[in-house]
Design a protein around this ligand. Sequence first.
Ligand code: ATR
Length: 272
Amino acid sequence: MDKYAVFGNPISHSKSPVIHAQFAQQTSQLLSYEAICAPVGKFEETVRSFLAEGGKGLNVTVPFKEEAWQVAKVRSERAELAGAVNTLYFNDEGLLCGENTDGVGMVRDIQENHGYSITGKKVLVLGAGGAVRGVMKPILEQNPGEVVIANRTVSKAQTLAELFSPFGHVSASSLDTLRGPFDLIINGTAASLQGEMPVLPQGMVHSQSWCYDMMYSTEPTPFNRWASNEGACRQLDGLGMLVEQAAESFYIWRGVRPDTSSLISRLREQIL
Ligand code: ATR
């Protein structure tokens, strides 16, 4: 049976084993998928022994995505720019390859699951850490009209804007000098994890604005509550992104695209 796994630390909370087991069942693929807690400082060693024991591919989560980027012998352009890898697989020549499926997963959730086209839109991305860097290229591939990256530490937003400006109209801003409104606002800050919402000026949202939090939780996130109070048209969280990034990994490994909608609904019921 082909072996796959997700590596992280901690990892016990991960929904990836359940998601991939569902995908495998649905597409009649015979495989195993386990969650492995790699010791910090021993990521590469743990990956090597998993692969030596016949592992066919793996997902990587916090805090190892940057190390996975280094371990990969070949990287896609998206992974290269993301500076982080969440999917490792072998290509036809047997080389270990790195991909980042987070951004593709988010874009697929927004566009295909929810029917919102990013093309031509004025997009605000909040945050400038690894989560935002991971989704920028796939957002820009949809040809938005403009993307503004806003961050508490503006220098980090400037660094990302420079990195991605060859791929579209991207600029940087501090949070308090932002000038809206925006059609789509994506929250990639870690503020929701702390139950917080970055402080933004008035006028970020118009009546047709969509707001997307890359986090998900049992209750509306602080960002989604803010969006609702500001009168946004839709507030979405990142549960669909979680399932879609997994589906993209599954497709890379197995060449089959699983159905995601029923699983997203089922997970939503479970977390409520
Ligand atoms: P990740 O890999 O999840 O993106 P990270 O690299 O630590 O994590 O980045 C966290 C992001 O959330 C940063 O953009 C951070 O802003 P700073 O660069 O100014 O630190 C942002 N962030 C975290 N807590 C925040 C808060 N309470 N308000 C606003 N931004 C916050």
